[in-house]
Design a protein around this ligand. Structure first.
Ligand SMILES: [Zn+2]
Length: 59
């Protein structure tokens, strides 16, 4: 299971997403970035930052 904590990229944000599938996880992240942070497009450097903080977690 892959986990992303938005607070690792956006200080103060409590949102956490988990998904088995990295592609689906990124779709969830895109939706959250748009709805919560007003990012219609997620810039490549932010995608890199996101990729860098995704961790593998045991369920
Ligand atoms: Zn967030």
């Amino acid at each position: 299971m892959k986990q992303f904590r938005c607070g690792d990229v956006v200080p103060g944000c409590q949102w956490v997403a988990r998904n088995e599938d990295e592609q689906q996880l990124f779709e969830e992240i895109h939706t959250h970035a748009r709805d919560a942070h007003g990012m219609d497009e997620v810039p490549p450097e932010v995608l890199d930052a996101i990729q860098g903080v995704i961790t593998e977690v045991q369920v």
